[in-house]
Each structure stands twice: as structure tokens, then as C-alpha cells.
Design a protein around this ligand. Sequence first.
Ligand SMILES: Cc1cc2nc3c(=O)[nH]c(=O)nc-3n(C[C@H](O)[C@H](O)[C@H](O)COP(=O)(O)OP(=O)(O)OC[C@H]3O[C@@H](n4cnc5c(N)ncnc54)[C@H](O)[C@@H]3O)c2cc1C
Length: 320
Amino acid sequence: MPEVLVLIDHVDGVPRRSSLELLTLARSLGEPVAVFLGNGYSQARDVLAEYGAIRIYRDDRAEYERYAVVPKVDALTQVAGAVHPAAVLIASTAEGKEIAGRLSARNEWGLLTDALDVRIAEGRVEATQSVLAGNFTVVSTVSTDVSVITVKAGAAEAAPAPAQPAEQEIEMEFTPYATATRILDRTERESSGRPDLTDAKIIVSGGRGTGGDFSPVEALADALGAGVGASRAAVDAGWYPHSHQVGQTGKTVSPRLYVACGISGAIQHRAGMQTSKTIVAINTDKDAPIFDLADFGVVGDLFSVLPGVTERVRARRSAG
Ligand SMILES: Cc1cc2nc3c(=O)[nH]c(=O)nc-3n(C[C@H](O)[C@H](O)[C@H](O)COP(=O)(O)OP(=O)(O)OC[C@H]3O[C@@H](n4cnc5c(N)ncnc54)[C@H](O)[C@@H]3O)c2cc1C
């Protein structure tokens, strides 16, 4: 069985759900080998074992926190040199894609980004991607021995498969480039208590149709345990932070359920959400393009529709 490297994306040792999805996907390709860089390994170890890592390479040197991206590329290059993996799987975040691009360029390995699915076919690793603003779905493979693949959150359902991983320290010298870009400051984002968009299984998003009042959107999100997204129109108006923007110039998401409230469905918004498994749209305009995409649609005012839906969800939840 080929080995498959998974770079673990974590916050102080708590692996993000996307990393557990990657470990699950890696098990379908071969033997998952986790690479854990930075602080908090003692918290992460049991979770990585629970999700099937057969081996964990780790390194807690301060460079991973102090310098941007390149130390992680150095570490992955070193581990891949020892393991000869069939693929390196990395979460499709802004940082993940930069690491993947550099790893691919440095080692001359083929790169596939924003994969919706990854599988082995005829001995090669294949990825499904949604391309050209989501208008086409393609299956791609690389012509090099190692594939570097960034995978969108939600591509697989994270499923435990307990293993007893061997643990190994990464021993290497950083390249001179590792310390080229120093991180001078970090500002912690205020937590809303809601799941991050890239981790959320359900997202409720609001657009210009909210008129700036996101309270019904947030109420439904809280009833569903969902994350809150926003269209660019809502973000540009200063109604919601850019970190919540979904679309071509925001985040690409693939949750199980995406609820678009007062969003017209412009192509740039669709590019970030149309691979969601189920899409529900609420819009006063029956001809809004979002309805072409939606699995379920409600033609109506979000301020009348959402409170009723939220009540029903709460009632169903409290009834168990
Ligand atoms: C280069 C570029 C990049 C872009 N990147 C992004 C991106 O990343 N993400 C993104 O979202 N956009 C992006 N855009 C902008 C995009 O083209 C649209 O302008 C934007 O998505 C529109 O946002 P919206 O749907 O909220 O607003 P609108 O298009 O104005 O739609 C508002 C909708 O709300 C409905 N509505 C109004 N009142 C109510 C109500 N009370 N109840 C229910 N429905 C109501 C209306 O019928 C309408 O359909 C980008 C544009 C460009 C040029």
C-alpha cells in the first residue's frame, strides 16, 4: 500500500476537522502518515491515532509559528524524501495552497488544487475538481510520481479508524529561505462560538437582501449549529467581516447544507459554494439565478421565512 502524507492543520494542537477528513481520504488511497508541525502535539496525538494515522512525523520548533510557510515546506520535503509517498494531501486554505504550490515547485511534483474528491484509479491518484467558476467538473491526475493535492473541506466525512501510530521526530536543518518572512504580530479573531466556515458542515449565508440585519441568519445558524457566510455585497457594505465571505474572492466551501438568504446567486458567489451537497435558497425574486442552483427554494422575504424555520429547527432539536 502506498503511503500518503497528510499535513495536519491545527490550532494549538487541536486538529481542524478538515485534517481528520484528509486522514479519512488518505486511508482510501493507502496508508496515512500525519505530519504535525508546531505546538500542541500532546493534544493532537490521540486524535490522529483515532483517525487512522499509522505514523506521525512531528516537529515543535518555533520556526513554524515565527516564519511564514517555508519552514513547513522544508519539513514536508524532508518527510516526503524519507517516505516516498504517492500523494501529499493538504487542506485547501490560503496557507495550505501556498505550501502546496511551493512544495510542488521545489520538488517538481504535480499539483492539483481544490479537489472535491481523491481516489486511486489504475494505480494513479486522481482528483475531482470544479473549474472555470464551477462551470465544469474535471477529473485530473499528475504525470509525476508524487501528487500534491489540496482538498476542499467537506470532501469526505471524517470517520475514525483507530490505529497505533509510530511517532518520529523530524530531523533536518531549515533552508536559508525558511526565515525570510517573519511573522511580526498576530491578532486573534474574536470567536463567535460558531464553527469556522472551512470546518462547518452547515452554512447559513446572508446577502444584500438582509439589508445589513444578519440576526435572522445568525439565529438559524445557531439553531442548526452552523457557520455564517456572507456575499461580497454584504461584506463590502461592512455588514459582515471579510473572513466570512463566500465566493471567488472569499472562501470556497462544500458543506453538507448551504442556505443562501437574500443572495442573488452571481457567478462569483456560486464559484465558492456550488459544490455544497444540498443548497437551499430564500429570495423574494422568483427569477433570482440562485434558484437555478438550489435543491430547495423558498420565494419569500427572509425576515418572515427564517424565524419560522428557526423555531421549527429548535422545536425538532429539543424534542430530540
Ligand atoms: C472580480 C469579482 C469578484 C467577486 N467575488 C465575489 C465573492 O467572492 N463573493 C460574492 O458573493 N460576490 C463576489 N462578487 C460580487 C458578485 O458579482 C455580486 O455582486 C454579489 O455576489 C452580489 O451579492 P448579493 O447576492 O448579496 O447581492 P444582490 O446581487 O444585490 O442580491 C440580493 C438578493 O437579495 C434578494 N432580496 C432582497 N431583499 C430580500 C428579502 N427581504 N428576503 C429575501 N431576499 C431578498 C434580491 O431579490 C436579490 O436577489 C465578485 C465580483 C467581481 C467582479
